[in-house]
Design a protein around this ligand. Structure first.
Ligand SMILES: [Zn+2]
Length: 355
């Protein structure tokens, strides 16, 4: 983090340490489990020492919905996509190309989705294991899959989600050669693209399908939240909210809504995998910091990509919060419930607190 005023930073650190001590105190009081308490304490200390000295820091959450393609499961996809639009979160939809081509209904539905909110990832060609196949065979399959997404969805995919999580170094070589940026859950090395390893499987069993409870999710998310990790990836499947008769199961959708509401209550930023890739590419180039007590800057001057920026301002900022784009002079009042804006690469932004 870029620091312009050492005195302010000293005060911030003191405040943070005080908040940390209060947090540890309450963790000890309220936790029923000694082991959990100890882990949380370690994590809190780590936060104070690392990136969370930036009071504007936000956790990032990625939701990945796999196996998209079949018209049979479309009610589940439509439901989660509708929720993403109404509740303002993003999803990476990973599409099985050979399944997609057989469902005009799915093709039509995916085509009218907003590509800022939904990323399409390639989920194989057929739903087979890629790891272990020769380079040439993987190249042909992934190229074919890519062409399906380009032709049917008018979309150039940058993320590959290997079916069954089965990939190898050749898979990543092919991806790099075909212009992909990212893969998920690649465990071998070397890896020639960015690897996004998932944190939480929303389904606990597939046949019949079972899910984690809200409490199990909360416990996993809380551990992430108090750790120094920045990204949390949840994955689930297109059929996950359906009954056997392929109708929506409202008990299941209710729990998932609770999950989303909880993430939102923590002011985390939702991202697609491609967005996360772009952010990570520019991570060390984006400069941020407090200019003084009421002014915070975000400098995207050297960035390769545009970025959606979400911030968590200090609670002492009780007045209006202005966003000033210094490149255009444009001033906007930010919605305090959702301090998020689209930051253009090359621009310098000032976030100003006015009482
Ligand atoms: Zn799959």
């Amino acid at each position: 983090m870029y620091v312009k005023n050492a005195k302010i930073m000293d005060n911030m650190k003191k405040k943070l340490i005080t908040i940390g001590i209060i947090f540890i105190f309450f963790t000890v009081i309220f936790s029923g489990c000694n082991e959990t308490t100890q882990n949380s304490d370690e994590n809190v200390n780590e936060d104070i020492n690392t990136e969370n000295s930036d009071l504007f820091y936000c956790k990032k959450v990625i939701i990945r919905d796999d196996d998209i393609g079949s018209g049979l499961y479309l009610p589940s996809v439509k439901w989660i996509a509708g929720l993403a639009v109404s509740n303002d979160f993003k999803i990476t939809l990973s599409v099985i190309p050979t399944t997609l081509v057989n469902s005009l209904e799915t093709i039509n539905y995916l085509n009218q989705l907003d590509q800022d909110t939904f990323e399409f990832a390639t989920h194989g060609y057929e739903h087979i294991k890629f790891g272990g196949l020769p380079y040439d065979e993987q190249y042909t399959l992934i190229k074919n899959g890519t062409e399906v997404l380009e032709e049917y969805l008018q979309y150039k995919p940058f993320t590959f989600v290997p079916p069954y999580g089965a990939s190898d170094t050749n898979t990543t070589k092919v991806l790099s050669d075909l212009g992909y940026h990212s893969i998920t859950d690649m465990r071998a090395s070397p890896c020639y693209v960015e690897d996004f390893v998932s944190d939480f499987a929303y389904e606990t069993a597939w046949d019949p399908v079972k899910h984690c409870s809200f409490e199990e999710f909360k416990s996993s998310f809380d551990t992430f939240y108090s750790s120094s990790d920045e990204y949390y990836i949840i994955f689930l499947h297109d059929w996950t909210f359906l009954n056997e008769d392929k109708n929506l199961n409202e008990t299941k959708t209710d729990v998932f809504e609770e999950v989303i509401n909880y993430i939102k209550s923590k002011n985390a930023q939702f991202m697609t995998i491609e967005e996360a890739y772009r952010r990570q590419t520019d991570e060390n180039i984006i400069e941020t910091g407090l200019i003084n007590e009421n002014n915070y800057f975000i400098d995207l001057g050297e960035c390769t990509y545009n970025h959606t920026i979400k911030i968590s301002p200090p609670s002492s900022w009780e007045g209006d919060i202005y966003l000033i784009d210094e490149a255009t002079g444009q001033e906007t009042i930010l919605d305090k419930e959702k301090i998020e804006f689209k930051g253009t690469k090359g621009h310098y932004f000032n976030i100003r607190h006015i009482l």
